[in-house]
Design a protein around this ligand. Structure first.
Ligand SMILES: [Zn+2]
Length: 439
């Protein structure tokens, strides 16, 4: 007797990213109630299961939905607005003034929808966001069906979202409580960076985070200048300072880490904090190079993020993996550094670990959510196919992403967005462009 299920997805290649890193050929994924209930050979699948919908993707690779562990979604509306400046000039002279004029609940919701459409189209199913009005992003997550880990922005100065740390920490706690049981959205604290957040605010965040265990995202040691300024002002490296304020723990994401000393690595090891690597943003802003291979060798979990579209300028995780691998080889002067499988791990299971969502996503395994991406293999650059992981990482194949599911919900079907009106999205982005460029 065959078992009733919702969906059966039959594939040519199936990359599990389980602990054995198994890559299977001619296998199917059985999905019921949003979860993976079995992974079986295609030859047995149709006898074993009675599916409401059987999707034959026999010229495709299936892989876990990609996890983009750093971004500022609404900044998609500022893509290409200010290019070719170093980080501090880019922020102070261009981005912060533009945000001061335009950021609102509506700006954030519209920018987040644009970013989610691009991410789904590129095979991403879960993301991390750090931006004003996280409640607007949470609403769009629920509307679109994507997983979001939203780190509420806390800065020392007034922003569109609050007058300062006291108000933004209080608002964050409220949101954390509101979204505690949500199926798609997690809220955590997002103190912007050591140079924009006081000791007092960091200590309060550490105290509240210990209560909620919700995670902290902080831009950390993005440039050597940040480290030098911190030593001058506090007599400590930023990582040491955060360690002494109680901010570093196993739910902390240290984003960027381009200027890394051996003491920093010891702190990361002891605290089990995660490093979020954003290679394209670091290259574009000439921020420096994160030593991913050295960190991984030291047992530090390193995940991958695109950063916002204003400093990348896309949200394409497949091309980000390629950049990460190439950069790691150059930085380590070693062609074996960050191989294709390790790069894919950074963009899937290790990303899920960094966001503390690995118990239910990040790999294709029975019992986990059906967060699945498929890549079609008809392109000439997919021939010959000795190794599908090599193809995903090194061959620039993001335009070949065909289908995406989150919790068994199909968000992309044969290249078409299912939960976002693409024409309305285009019209809306053009409207924002006219408003912003008229300023
Ligand atoms: Zn960032």
């Amino acid at each position: 007797m065959s078992q009733p299920i919702d969906t059966l997805i039959q594939c040519r290649w199936l990359i599990t990213m389980d602990s054995k890193r198994r890559v299977l050929e001619h296998h199917s994924i059985a999905v019921k109630d949003g979860k993976i209930t079995a992974i079986v050979p295609n030859s047995e699948a149709e006898d074993l299961y009675q599916a409401n919908e059987c999707i034959k993707l026999e010229q495709h690779i299936a892989l876990p939905g990609l996890v983009n562990t750093h971004g500022h979604l609404a900044m998609s509306l500022l893509r290409g607005y200010a290019d070719d400046y170093p980080l501090h000039d880019w922020l102070n002279d261009h981005i912060w003034p533009a945000e001061g004029k335009f950021v609102s609940h509506e700006f954030v919701a519209d920018g987040a929808r644009l970013a989610m459409a691009e991410m789904i189209r590129g095979g991403t199913t879960a993301f991390s966001d750090n931006y004003f009005f996280p409640e607007a992003v949470a609403e769009v997550c629920a509307e679109v069906g994507m997983r979001g880990s939203l780190y509420s922005p806390i800065l020392n100065f007034p922003t569109a979202w609050g007058s300062g740390p006291e108000e933004t920490i209080a608002k964050s706690c409220k949101l954390i409580e509101q979204y505690q049981e949500h199926a798609l959205v997690n809220i955590g604290f997002g103190p912007h960076a050591p140079y924009t957040v006081s000791n007092e605010a960091f200590s309060e965040i550490a105290k509240q985070e210990a209560k909620y265990q919700c995670g902290i995202m902080v831009h950390l040691q993005e440039t050597q200048k940040e480290v030098d300024d911190s030593i001058e002002q506090y007599g400590q490296r930023p990582t040491e300072r955060l360690q002494s304020l109680g901010v570093m723990n196993e739910r902390t994401q240290c984003v960027h880490m381009t200027a890394v000393s051996d003491e920093d690595i010891s702190i990361l090891q002891a605290s089990k904090s995660h490093v979020v690597h954003c290679p394209e943003s670091n290259l574009k802003l000439a921020s420096g190079f994160c030593p991913t291979e050295k960190l991984r060798q030291a047992g530090v979990n390193v995940s991958l993020g695109t950063d916002g579209a204003a400093s990348n300028n896309d949200l394409d995780m497949l091309s980000e993996m390629r950049t990460a691998s190439m950069l790691a080889k150059a930085v380590d002067n070693n062609a074996s550094a960050l191989n294709a499988m390790d790069s894919l791990a950074m963009a899937t299971i290790d990303g899920a670990k960094a966001l503390n969502i690995d118990s239910y996503t990040g790999s294709l395994e029975v019992g986990k959510a059906a967060d699945i991406t498929t890549v079609e293999l008809s392109a000439l650059n997919a021939l010959p196919m000795y190794d599908p992981v090599s193809y995903l990482v090194y061959t620039n194949c993001s335009h070949q992403v065909s289908d995406v599911w989150v919790s068994g919900e199909r968000l992309l079907a044969a290249g078409l967005l299912q939960t976002i009106d693409e024409q309305a999205l285009r019209d809306n982005a053009i409207e924002w462009q006219s408003k912003i460029s008229a300023d």
